[in-house]
Write a protein that binds this ligand. Structure first.
Ligand code: SF4
Length: 63
């Protein structure tokens, strides 16, 4: 599955960064950056928690 971010919705509050730091990070200007679009067996649990926790529903998973 691929991780998608709706940057129009994201408010860069970094909840996803805290949950999955191997996938999400804030850049020097506090904008969210996606380090990888790919889910893996290692990151899928954290990514799914981040998707569920995003208060802006800016994260989604697509086949
Ligand atoms: S949790 Fe949602 S709103 Fe917050 S930085 Fe991540 S994608 Fe953006």
């Amino acid at each position: 599955m691929k991780i998608k971010v709706d940057f129009d919705l994201c408010e860069s509050n970094a909840l996803c960064v805290a949950m999955a730091p191997d996938v999400f990070e804030l850049d020097d200007d506090d904008y969210l950056q996606l380090l990888t679009e790919d889910t893996t067996p290692e990151n899928i649990d954290a990514v799914q928690r981040a998707v569920a926790a995003c208060p802006r529903t800016a994260l989604s998973l697509e086949d």
